[in-house]
Design a protein around this ligand. Structure first.
Ligand SMILES: NC(=O)c1ccc[n+]([C@@H]2O[C@H](COP(=O)([O-])OP(=O)(O)OC[C@H]3O[C@@H](n4cnc5c(N)ncnc54)[C@H](O)[C@@H]3O)[C@@H](O)[C@H]2O)c1
Ligand SMILES: O=C(O)C(=O)C[C@]1(C(=O)O)C=C[C@@H](O)C=C1
Length: 362
């Protein structure tokens, strides 16, 4: 039996738990310091065992996943290595920054215990176990940042385990990770929040701002609704990289100021052209980039016309579908359809409607 202990069973920890829970040969233990959360985990059937006791959670664990806010990771590693861990146990994390935890843990871990940093490039602005899904990591990149000297065999062992998430595992240096993810994830979160707060200020004097905010504003600001405590820790932890990136951001904005002052329409069009060209070359949409995350999954038999039937059912009930994707469809197995909606209410209504005829998972 492979035992997986998860500390912090929220969006990411809960999604990992759901990937392994119920799979033959796996036992999943969830830890929370809060007895109410432990009760909730058991009630929602996300883990096999749940406990508030750290030592109990890690007894005989082969893998420990730390899925708590970034600011707590080092402290957790310090506490864990003082406990009687199973020899060969791999401790990994899912934090959105990698340099500090990878470097500090390399110094903390004891003989025959390994730390390998990890970061699934998938998530959403939602948080908590209620938002968890066993499909979250499908097709997403999952970055591993092993410190120098980590035995290859242990990295391979963790990579094998993570294959069950259906993510694509990649190895990146921890500092390189923080530079890149700073630019493509952390900086965009700052920009989204700053933009929303700018408009929030205008809206105080004229509520039409809020009322007229349409697709463009929504598209660029979805991530401004992310969990404040999670993002406080990420931004503070990666502050050196972010301060450098924000200087570059000022330069980008300054170019627009100049173009506007000069009334340089051609220059502005050229900025849009260059950006559009680069954006169109982004790899095929992966989970972490999908903008609408109110997803449901429907098991579908492989026969012609089935997708038409489902979209007709939704259309007749006036439920707006924002994206549809066939995840798997082979002759010998039923396919899975991912349906994405712009809000939770639509996803819930679709779930109830389609659940009358098909197996629906959320
Ligand atoms: N949200 C994303 O899109 C995303 C994506 C990839 C990685 N991450 C990383 O995953 C980790 C978890 O984020 P999440 O989005 O799942 O957040 P979440 O809020 O859904 O889950 C956080 C978990 O940590 C627990 N926790 C919070 N404070 C705690 C405390 N003081 N003591 C003990 N437990 C505490 C919460 O109870 C919860 O179970 C973070 O390190 C984050 O950087 C997030
Ligand atoms: O899609 C989102 O809502 C996310 O914020 C996911 C996202 C990202 O910025 O891409 C956020 C944080 C993670 O560490 C990884 C992925």
């Amino acid at each position: 039996m492979t035992k997986i202990a998860i500390f912090g069973v929220g969006l990411i920890g809960g999604s990992l738990a759901l990937c392994y829970k119920g799979k033959p040969g796996f036992t999943v233990v969830g830890h929370s310091p809060n007895p109410k959360s432990v009760e909730k985990l058991l009630k929602r059937n996300v883990v096999d065992i749940a406990t508030t006791n750290m030592a109990e959670a890690v007894v005989d664990a082969d893998y420990i996943f730390l899925c708590v806010p970034v600011g707590m990771l080092e402290d957790y590693v310090r506490q864990l290595v003082e406990l009687p861990l199973k020899p060969g146990c791999i401790i990994t994390d899912v934090g959105s920054t990698k340099a500090s935890v990878t470097e500090s843990s390399a110094k903390i871990v004891k003989e025959n215990i390994y730390f390998i940093g990890g970061h699934p490039m998938a998530g959403s602005e939602r948080h908590g176990v209620e938002a968890a899904s066993s499909h979250l990591f499908e097709n997403a990149f999952y970055v591993l940042t092993p410190a120098e000297g980590t035995p290859e065999a242990e990295v391979d062992r963790l990579t094998e385990l993570l294959r069950i998430t259906k993510a694509q595992i990649v190895r990146v240096g921890a500092r390189e990770h923080d530079d890149i993810v700073g630019a493509i994830s952390h900086l965009p979160h700052i920009i989204a929040v700053a933009l929303v707060n700018q408009v929030r200020g205008y809206n105080e004097t004229n509520p039409l701002y809020q009322n007229l905010a349409a697709g463009g504003f929504r598209d660029i600001t979805r991530i401004a609704s992310s969990e404040p405590m999670i993002w406080r820790d990420i931004l503070v932890n990666n502050r050196e990289v972010l301060l450098r990136l924000l200087k570059d951001w000022h330069l980008e904005i300054a170019q627009f100021v100049q173009l506007l002052e000069a009334g340089d329409g051609d220059g502005i069009a050229e900025h849009f052209r260059l950006a559009g060209e680069f954006r169109s070359q982004l790899p095929e949409r992966r989970k972490g980039m999908i903008t609408s995350l109110f997803d449901i999954y429907v098991d579908i038999p492989d026969h012609p016309g089935i997708i038409g039937q489902i979209t007709t059912l939704l259309g007749n009930a006036r439920i707006n579908l924002s994206n549809i994707q066939i995840i798997e469809s082979r002759e010998d197995v039923p396919g899975v359809l991912r349906l994405s909606f712009r809000n939770q209410e639509d996803a819930d209504r679709a779930s109830a409607l389609l659940g009358q005829q098909y197996a629906v998972h959320v």
